[in-house]
Design a binder for this molecule. Structure first.
Ligand SMILES: C[S@@+](CC[C@H](N)C(=O)[O-])C[C@H]1O[C@@H](n2cnc3c(N)ncnc32)[C@H](O)[C@@H]1O
Length: 163
């Protein structure tokens, strides 16, 4: 039987303080192109555009989540800077990306790795929540506390740079 490559990770949102930390770590700059592969409710692309001035593209396979993300984009008036694509991340051209955001799984990262290697331009950064990209050497690894007062829950962020 053939493996189904389409849905490679379940929907679990990244907490907003962790998203912010990841975008700071990736040094996302105004005007840069940001992609979230598996964008969920659109929180990362909205923050990338609203707080960091990026041009952001969210790719989400689930129609309900893509619709929700698009609704928020319009509510926030960000439609000139944020694009939501209801589709498969394997069908998207990543050659314009400056920063790619991943919150998938280790095995899903393994599936998307050849596409990242083939399409990303030198200098592009990949920032991954909790799951490393096996075989790539991270530029930085940081642990972030979602609630610093409590000291937990903890999240690990992996930052990679394409050479
Ligand atoms: C762990 S969630 C991350 C959501 C968001 N990036 C965040 O950090 O809040 C992974 C998302 O990837 C989506 N997904 C899974 N396979 C996909 C594919 N082949 N193409 C696009 N999205 C996909 C899921 O529907 C889910 O919303």
């Amino acid at each position: 039987m053939e493996a189904c490559l389409l849905f490679i990770a379940p929907y679990v949102p990244t907490p907003l303080p962790v998203v912010r930390h990841m975008l700071i770590l990736a040094q996302l700059k105004p005007g840069e192109v940001f992609f979230d592969l598996g964008a969920g409710d659109g929180r990362t692309v909205i923050m990338a555009a609203k707080e960091f001035g990026a041009r952001a593209v969210g790719i989400e396979l689930r129609e309900d989540l893509a619709k929700r993300a698009l609704g928020t984009v319009y509510e926030e008036g960000l439609q000139d800077r944020v694009t939501i694509v209801n589709g498969d991340m394997f069908n998207v051209d990543l050659s314009s990306a400056d920063v790619v955001f991943l919150y998938l799984t280790t095995s899903a990262n393994e599936k998307i790795k050849p596409k990242l290697e083939a399409e990303l331009k030198p200098g592009a950064r990949v920032v991954s929540h909790d799951y490393e990209i096996v075989g790539w050497r991270p530029f930085k690894v940081e642990n972030v506390c979602e609630n610093p007062k409590l000291g937990y829950p903890s999240h690990t962020i992996y930052l990679y740079k394409k050479v």
